[in-house]
Design a protein around this ligand. Structure first.
Ligand code: 5AD
Length: 343
């Protein structure tokens, strides 16, 4: 499919875009790109796809997620699994259950096992058992998203076979971060430093649509991602989650999120950028739009259904990505689905 209109008008916007992305990029230009609409936005997405192609990323990588525990020490106001929420049922999978789900991911042909959890100290020991078992049996890559831990824990899980770690900064604004999570932004950034020093590939990301967040603040999120130079970077729209202090807020802005993803692709060209399920939750076909804005990863949910419904991360009725949905989404975006990332 040719996304470029090829019209003179289209060319004018692509010239404007080339001027806007000239490096070193200014905050003012980032703001113009973030708020792009109409033909300028089309040129932004088209550039993101062109850069993805130039970097030989013509595929969409699938990874399989296991949500291993919904216990959490954190108090994030946007998340129903926050420590203060007494009204949800908590669960924690044991090592054997995790290995069994990993086996079903492996059998479906997917080579990246994504282990996600609330920030739950009791999960650490369970993963010390599960990670080597998964590694030995299936040789999968292991991506963790389990929160802030002591360096020794990060080190131990790395030495047992974990390869990558996602710890989103959520927002670059320490005051906003602290207001929403009641925790320290600098400590989170310190964790990222430790993860990188140990040798993990690292992933970061922001949420779009937090209360009191401005476009200037999102510009700073992008600038922070540029200084971190991560291996993975994501942007996710805020989803109001029932039973949280932010449940009455509107969804994060869909277009701001897509624009932010496209900017990440352009400025961090080799990064893995997921088209998150929250896009699909806000808008049917939202993940295809994410891929068309430059993303190249989809996460498929393998959490057993009786646990999955308790993992109330975005909202009680979150969008659950199946392998079939991911296949169709990749095909609709003209990307080859890749289950096995190879050696
Ligand atoms: N809206 C958007 N993103 C959310 N996350 C959790 N809850 C929400 C929500 N309500 C994201 C955070 C976290 C990741 C695991 O999920 O960015 O780091």
């Amino acid at each position: 499919m040719n996304y470029n209109s090829g019209s003179q008008n289209g060319n004018a916007f692509s010239n404007e875009l080339d001027t806007l992305i000239r490096q070193p990029i200014t905050s003012a230009n980032l703001k113009t790109l973030l708020t792009a609409t109409g033909d300028l936005q089309k040129a932004l997405f088209s550039k993101a796809r062109a850069i993805r192609h130039e970097n030989k990323i013509d595929h969409c990588l699938f990874r399989g997620v296991i949500e291993v525990s919904n216990y959490c020490q954190k108090k994030c106001a946007y998340c129903a699994m926050n420590a203060g929420n007494k009204s949800i049922h908590r669960y924690r999978m044991n090592a054997q259950e995790i290995v069994d789900v990993a086996e079903s991911i492996f059998k479906s042909g997917i080579s990246v096992i994504f282990i996600q959890s609330g920030q739950d100290p009791k999960v650490d020991g369970i993963l010390e058992e599960a990670i080597p078992a998964i590694k030995n049996k299936f040789g999968s890559s292991i991506l963790l998203c389990i929160g802030e831990k002591k360096p020794q824990v990060y080190q131990r899980l790395y030495s047992l076979g974990a390869d990558s770690f996602i710890l989103k900064f959520e927002t670059s604004d320490p005051a906003l971060y602290e207001a929403i999570t009641q925790s320290d932004h600098a400590e989170r950034m310190q964790c990222l430093n430790e993860l990188r020093t140990i040798g993990y590939k690292i992933g970061v990301g922001n949420i779009i649509g937090l209360p009191n967040q401005t476009v200037d603040s999102i510009v700073k999120d992008i600038e922070l991602a540029l200084t971190i130079r991560p291996n993975f970077v994501s942007s996710s729209p805020f989803i109001p989650n029932q039973g949280t202090p932010l449940e009455h807020l509107p969804n994060g802005d869909f277009n701001l999120t897509l624009n932010c993803m496209a900017i990440y692709r352009i400025l961090l060209p080799k990064c893995m950028v997921p088209a998150v399920s929250a896009l699909e939750k806000i808008q049917k076909g939202g993940q295809v739009m994410g891929l068309n804005a430059g993303a190249n990863v989809i996460t498929i949910n393998f959490t057993p259904p009786h646990y999955r419904e308790k993992y109330s991360i975005y909202s009680k009725k979150r969008f659950i990505v199946s392998l079939d949905h991911a296949m169709k989404t990749a095909e609709n975006a003209n990307l080859t689905p890749v289950l096995n990332e190879g050696p």
